[in-house]
Every structure is written in structure tokens, then in C-alpha cells.
Design a protein around this ligand. Structure first.
Ligand code: GLN
Length: 396
């Protein structure tokens, strides 16, 4: 039998499933920012300290020798705490013994879920602009992403375009609200439209709700699992990263009905065994924080959003107003660059500020060719520093 891959082919030791994957543009921008000494408003991670109460809890856990594997699907006290937090939000008594899995961040939660619940050839509906992991997650699971565009300025989807994406191969839809990169917060009616298609076509909703507490202007987060008929068909993904400013801890969670969780837990176990045990201990403290913590978080982010909006608009960007998460999508047409990548290169090298080219959030790069994403999860002084540099930009 002849070899399928020619012995001298450049990729002869590389698995087919990786060939279509490109490097994460978000993480590449962080590297470029470091290299050029640019203020990094690209990758979404805070440059301010994590809450002292969480750092103390993690340090105490290590000192108390909680340094060996936790139970693979999560330390019992952390799962109990997650059940207490999320039961009232989702609307049923979540069983921490059967319906919760703790993962290494929402990133592992998403890939473990897809590998556990999708078969090769299944289709997954992904709204665009999207967070860039969902497409590669589909590819690694053998599934095929099918994109539905959210249209600026409000980033609404057309219900008929969404309905047209459902077919007999559709197995899941990814719902990321509050949304990265747009800052859109899906409202009750939009979520009910999605839920009704899921019920009608017998499709799973896989969510990414990591910005659940980062909301502006009175917006409310609605988990799609809380809607009628969705409990059995929703995988709810959350994380400590954004709500508690600990993106490097890599602690995420999955809430799903028992049969779904059984399968997800097996994939999670073989992928990673488990998330860091002492950080799960600190997670118990995190998810038990009072409502006032989240109010302060949202209030602080509102001030950061307003400052960056003011800076960007003052420099000639036309911004899409975010109602959640911590990103601003901005239109760059005023600057006369041929596309988003050329603009971001100029921004990083000559102006000294890093952002993410809009095209990396779309399947068809042309749709994002006049957009860039700025993250504002940064100290006020970092945003001011970026502002001083951005004022050197010349609009036409
Ligand atoms: N979610 C963050 C972003 O979109 C960070 C993603 C990552 O690099 N893991 O920038």
C-alpha cells in the first residue's frame, strides 16, 4: 500500500486535523505588542491586580497542602459552591454530583464539550463576528462550522438567516453572550428565537457566558439554559477568568444535564485530569462573593469603557457601543488604510498601541476589513497612555 502522504511532503509527521489551523491572531498581537513595546489593548486580560481576597485564598490553599489532584470533574466544595451560585440563575436545583464539570478555563470547557457531543460531519452554527476559538474547536472535533452574521451597528442577526442555517446535520449552536468581540448582549427575544429553533430542530445550545457579570447601561444577562425546554439541551460554560480578573488561573466550569455531563467528564478526564486544585479552593471564595462585588466590577468597567470610547472617538474612530464584555469594535474607515491588518501593523509599530484586526473575527475577512477590536480591561493609566499615543493618528 502506498503511503497516503508523500515521504518528502513538508507535513508528513503532522496530523491532517491541524493543517487548517492558523495561529491565534489575538495571541500573536500580544507577542507583537511585547516585541514593539506597544500598549497592549489586544488580548483581553486585565493588567491590574486580582482581588486580594482571592489571592489570599489561593495562597492559603497551597499552604494547607491542597496540592494534589482534585476529583477529576472538580473539587466537591467548588462544585457545591457553583451549584449554589448558578441554581437560581438557571432556574433549577443543579446537582453538583452529576451536572457540573470543572475545567482548565472556558477554553477547555468548549473543546471538551464539542469532542464529547459532536460527531464528525455534524454542523455547528456560529455567529460572526466570533471569538476565534470556535472554528478551530469545530475542526478539532470533526464538526463543520456554519456561520450566521450579526449585522452592525446593533449586531443583530436576521431570524430568517438563522433559520436557513439549520438543517438535518445541525447538532449545536454556540451562543456567546455578552459577546466577544462586539459587546452585544443578546436580549430575551433573540434568545427565545434561538431557543425555539433549537427545540424545533432538536439542537444543542453550547454557551460561552464568561462575561456574564460585565454589563453596562442596565443590560441583563439571560442564560439560555433558563428558557423553557432548554435545560436538557444546553451546555452552559463559565469561568473565573473575567469575573474575578484571574485569566491565568485557567479555571472554568460546565453545567449540563447528567447524560451530557457524563460524556463531557470522560473527555475532560482524558484531556487534562483536572484544573489546578488550590485554585479551585480559591474559586469557592470567588463564587461566594456578595452582589456588591459584581456591582463594583460593572461600575469600574463602565468607567473604563467610557474613557476608551471617548479616546477612540476623539481620534477619529467610529465605535460600536458595547453593552457587555470588555471590548470595543471600532470602524477605521476614517484613516484610509487598505485593510485592518495594515492599520494594526501601523498602530503597533508606529503609534505604539496594539489592537486585534477585525478580520480575525470573521470567516470572510472582507467583512472585518474596516474594523479593529480594542480591549479596555486595563488600568486607567494604561488607557490614558494608549490615548496619548493614539492622538498621533492622522485621520483623513
Ligand atoms: N478572551 C480573550 C480575548 O479575546 C483572551 C483570549 C485568549 O487569548 N485566551 O482576547
Amino acid at each position: 500500500m502506498p503511503d497516503k502522504v508523500h515521504p518528502n511532503a513538508p507535513h508528513r509527521f503532522v496530523a491532517q486535523r491541524t493543517l487548517g489551523l492558523a495561529e491565534s491572531v489575538i495571541r500573536e498581537m500580544t507577542r507583537l505588542a511585547l516585541h514593539h513595546g506597544a500598549v497592549n489593548l489586544s488580548q483581553g486580560y486585565p493588567d491590574f491586580p486580582a482581588p486580594a481576597i482571592l489571592k489570599d485564598a489561593a495562597q492559603r490553599a497551597i499552604a494547607a497542602d491542597i496540592n494534589q489532584y482534585a476529583i477529576t470533574w472538580g473539587a466537591k466544595n467548588f462544585r457545591d459552591a457553583l451549584a449554589r451560585k448558578y441554581s437560581p440563575l438557571l432556574g433549577w436545583d443543579i446537582n453538583p454530583e452529576a451536572e457540573i464539570t470543572v475545567t482548565c478555563g472556558a477554553t477547555e470547557a468548549m473543546i471538551a464539550t464539542m469532542m464529547a457531543l459532536l460527531n464528525p460531519g455534524d454542523e455547528v452554527i456560529v455567529f460572526e463576528p466570533f471569538y476565534e476559538n470556535y472554528g478551530p474547536d469545530c475542526m478539532l472535533s470533526g464538526a463543520i462550522p456554519r456561520y450566521v452574521t450579526m449585522h452592525p451597528p446593533e449586531w443583530r442577526f436576521s431570524p430568517s438567516e438563522l433559520e436557513a442555517a439549520f438543517n438535518e446535520k445541525t447538532r449545536a449552536i454556540i451562543v456567546n453572550t455578552p459577546n466577544n468581540p462586539t459587546g452585544k448582549v443578546f436580549d430575551a427575544q433573540e434568545l427565545e428565537t434561538i431557543a425555539s429553533f433549537c427545540r424545533r430542530h432538536d439542537v444543542l445550545a453550547i454557551t460561552d457566558e464568561i462575561y456574564e457579570h460585565i454589563l453596562y447601561d442596565g443590560r441583563r444577562h439571560i442564560p439560555i439554559a433558563s428558557l423553557a425546554g432548554m435545560r436538557e439541551r444546553t451546555v452552559t460554560i463559565n469561568s473565573l477568568s473575567k469575573s474575578y480578573s484571574v485569566t491565568g488561573w485557567r479555571v472554568g466550569s460546565i453545567i449540563a444535564a447528567q447524560d451530557l455531563s457524563n460524556s463531557i467528564r470522560k473527555v475532560h478526564d482524558f484531556l487534562t485530569v483536572g484544573a489546578a486544585a488550590p485554585l479551585q479552593e480559591a474559586g469557592v471564595t470567588a463564587v461566594a462573593l456578595p452582589e456588591s462585588y459584581y456591582q463594583q466590577l460593572a461600575a469600574d468597567y463602565t468607567r473604563r469603557r467610557d474613557l476608551l470610547l471617548q479616546i477612540l472617538e476623539g481620534c477619529g474612530f467610529s465605535c460600536f457601543h458595547p453593552y457587555g464584555a470588555y471590548y470595543i469594535m471600532a470602524d477605521i474607515s476614517a484613516f484610509g488604510f487598505p485593510n485592518d491588518s495594515a492599520f494594526v501593523q501601523h498602530l503597533i509599530r508606529d503609534i505604539g498601541v496594539a489592537a486585534v484586526p477585525g478580520s480575525s473575527f470573521y470567516r470572510n475577512p472582507a467583512l472585518g476589513a474596516h474594523q479593529v477590536r480594542f480591549a479596555f480591561c486595563k488600568k486607567f493609566e494604561t488607557l490614558e497612555d494608549a490615548g496619548n499615543r493614539l492622538r498621533r493618528l492622522k485621520s483623513r
